[in-house]
Write a protein that binds this ligand. Structure first.
Ligand code: TMP
Length: 205
């Protein structure tokens, strides 16, 4: 059986990635592939419980990074890896790039620590492609302010935090040798979809 592909969507809060997830999944299905959509933190029953804790409770930055990877271990072993092995395409709203961006860039956790956890939890599994939705900080923050009645712990962070998160994402994209593709999400939706279609066609070949 041909293995499926693993695609992740990333970006700072308010960059608009979640708007495009269902559309992308439909496009992949239309090409005849089976698709599983999921998210992090979350994606499994235990992962969703950990998500509630991670997004709502205050905790030490070390605890936060460890819980992110605990949720990810469940997600990779119980959902992502079996689906890919069964030939399905998995589209995940966030994955380990978010831990580098938020916990290393945002919180200041040493990147080497994250790399060790990454090697343990999914050393043999990496996204085939990552779509990084990027928007200027002011635009992203306005979108969060307008679209979120009850902001979570991350959405309440200051602009300087998101500037570091965004900087980390863009640096990772530049160093990723093509895996991370930056989408300018300040463009009109039609233009974003044109860009997404081009990336998808390359993956579907
Ligand atoms: P969401 O708002 O895109 O659903 O993501 C939930 C929040 O969790 C978002 O603010 C980013 C944060 N997050 C991290 O800080 N580290 C991670 O590893 C992941 C997956 C998410």
């Amino acid at each position: 059986m041909t293995k499926g592909k693993f695609i992740t969507l990333e970006g700072i809060d308010g960059a608009g990635k979640s708007t495009h997830l269902a559309w992308l999944a439909e496009r992949i299905m239309a090409s005849g592939r089976e698709v599983v959509t999921t998210r992090e933190p979350g994606g499994t029953p235990l992962g969703e419980q950990l998500r509630e804790i991670l997004l709502r409770k205050g905790m030490h930055a070390d605890t936060e990074v460890l819980l992110m990877f605990a949720a990810r271990a469940e997600h990779v072993r119980n959902l992502i890896a079996p689906a890919i092995a069964a030939g399905k395409w998995v589209v995940s709203d966030r994955f380990t790039d978010a831990t580098y961006a938020y916990q290393c860039g945002g919180r200041g956790i040493d990147a080497e620590r994250i790399a060790q956890l990454e090697a343990w939890v999914h050393g043999d599994l990496q996204p085939d492609a990552t779509l990084l939705f990027d928007a200027p900080l002011d635009l992203a923050r306005d979108r969060v302010a307008q679209g979120t009645a009850d902001p979570d712990k991350f959405e309440r962070e200051q602009a300087a935090f998101f500037a570091r998160v965004r900087g980390n994402y863009l640096a990772r994209a530049a160093a990723s040798r093509g895996r991370i593709r930056v989408i300018d999400s300040s463009q009109p939706i039609a233009n974003i979809r044109t860009a997404l279609t081009a990336h998808l066609e390359a993956l579907l070949k």
